[in-house]
Design a protein around this ligand. Structure first.
Ligand SMILES: [Ca+2]
Ligand SMILES: [Ca+2]
Ligand SMILES: [Ca+2]
Length: 124
């Protein structure tokens, strides 16, 4: 199964802390399984945000309430800069969630406010 960025983000792989018990590789189906809490087959905004909140706490290794470079694989300076609005070089929870909600909108191809497995699969 091909891995894409959205699936990686949802499963925490791209922002995973080593040893957090996450699979080394995850695909869209795993992303759905971990995120679709009410098991209706789609990820709505609340589910998405709840999952991102978990990923944030999992990734915040030093527990300072922000994600900094190197705290998780894939958390590059560039990745942080794109969401860092207050310019402190870290992603606070709100900055992180806002950046992720752009991913959600981008992935929601038919703009119905939820992500189907297909949309997660074809997300870039
Ligand atoms: Ca759901
Ligand atoms: Ca941190
Ligand atoms: Ca910041």
């Amino acid at each position: 199964m091909k891995m894409n960025r959205l699936a990686a983000v949802l499963t925490g792989v791209s922002l995973a802390v080593a040893g957090a018990g996450l699979p080394a590789l995850a695909g869209p189906q795993e992303a759905m399984d971990q995120t679709d809490r009410n098991k209706d087959g789609v990820i709505d905004r609340n589910e998405y945000q709840a999952r991102q909140t978990e990923v944030f706490y999992m990734s915040d290794a030093n527990k300072d309430g922000a994600l900094s470079v190197g705290e998780a694989p894939g958390l590059t300076e560039q990745a942080i800069r794109s969401g860092d609005r207050n310019g402190d070089g870290k992603l606070q929870m709100q900055e992180f969630l806002d950046a992720r909600s752009i991913d959600f909108r981008r992935a929601d191809a038919n703009a119905d406010g939820s992500l189907s497995l297909e949309e997660v699969q074809s997300a870039k």
